[in-house]
Design a protein around this ligand. Structure first.
Ligand code: IPD
Length: 286
């Protein structure tokens, strides 16, 4: 609704400010810390950028709530209530950032009554500002976005990621999924290294679909709205309704392509983002 336009414009302004910190640090040597796995990384810049974004928003909107990747990693409870909530990934593509692989994004979604009102994905190195507001279309640097409209899986270019999980079941499931898609056959498979950018590529029409298992709500909440506002569809990997907390997603140019991917892709067990890891027997990892 138009009532959140001011919040979205503020989000765009602070994303541009925060990107300066990311770009300054991009070429520099970084101290890298591990989180849930040897492929789940965090740097001082991730933490600094998240603090910058949250403190700016809190100063302007003191009653709003937050779900931030690094705040959750530091032990904050992940809870999506009906209150206006900013869902933030300060650097989506931290492995890329560490290696200076030039695709990193700031992802900011804003939800009210658990419905995403706007999404912002700023691909900093490329200087591409993606945004969508519910019911108002999707844009990159103010140019309207449209999916390819492709309905034929055999003519599709599909994006996915191996992600951070390195246990046997996850690796086996992910590689089997890729083999099953290639065997259909699809025309190609790609991975950019940031879920947020992977997914907005569907909104641009540059990719026909994206699927992923094991990412988190802050990686894809903003992009999911950008894809649907560009005319695409977003589902769970089992073909059911998209749930940003389920850690499973298919984004596609059309329903036939999304459903065909759901037929061949299997998920490995993942703790939901909104589930208390303390109460889960697998220790909270996928
Ligand atoms: C990761 C990236 C990556 C995806 C992982 C995410 P992060 O986010 O989006 O592409 O495969 O599942 O965790 O850790 O760089 O913010």
């Amino acid at each position: 609704m138009a009532e959140w336009t001011e919040c979205m414009n503020f989000g765009i302004t602070i994303a541009r400010q925060a990107s300066k910190v990311i770009l300054e640090a991009f070429r520099a040597k970084k101290d890298v810390m591990l989180k849930s796995s040897p492929a789940d990384l965090v740097t001082e810049t991730d933490q600094r950028v998240e603090k910058m974004l949250i403190s700016s928003i809190r100063e302007r909107y003191p009653t709003h709530k937050f779900i931030g990747e690094e705040s959750v990693a530091a032990g904050e409870k992940l809870e999506l209530t009906d209150s206006p909530t900013w869902i933030i990934d300060p650097i989506d593509g931290t492995v890329n950032f560490v290696h200076r692989f030039p695709f990193v994004a700031i992802s900011i979604a804003f939800a009210v009554n658990k419905q995403t009102e706007f999404g912002i994905v700023y691909s900093c190195v490329e200087d591409k500002m993606y945004r969508a507001q519910r019911g108002c279309g999707a844009f990159v640097n103010d140019v309207p976005l449209h999916t390819s409209g492709q309905e034929d899986i055999t003519k599709s270019l599909v994006v996915t990621e191996i992600g951070a999980e390195r246990d046997c079941l996850a690796l086996c499931t992910m590689t089997t999924n890729i083999m099953n898609l290639l065997a259909i056959p699809i025309q190609g498979i790609r991975a950019v290294g940031t879920a947020a950018v992977d997914m907005v590529l569907v909104a641009t029409g540059g990719a026909d679909a994206y699927y992923h298992i094991g990412m988190h709500c802050w990686d894809i909440a903003a992009s999911a709205l950008i894809v649907t506002e560009a005319g695409g569809v977003v589902l769970d990997t089992d073909g059911s309704e998209f749930d940003m907390m389920s850690r499973k997603v298919i984004a596609a140019s059309s329903m036939p392509v999304a459903k065909r991917i759901a037929q061949v892709v299997r998920a490995f067990p993942c703790t939901r983002d909104d589930e208390d890891p303390a109460g889960v027997t697998n220790g909270g990892h996928c």
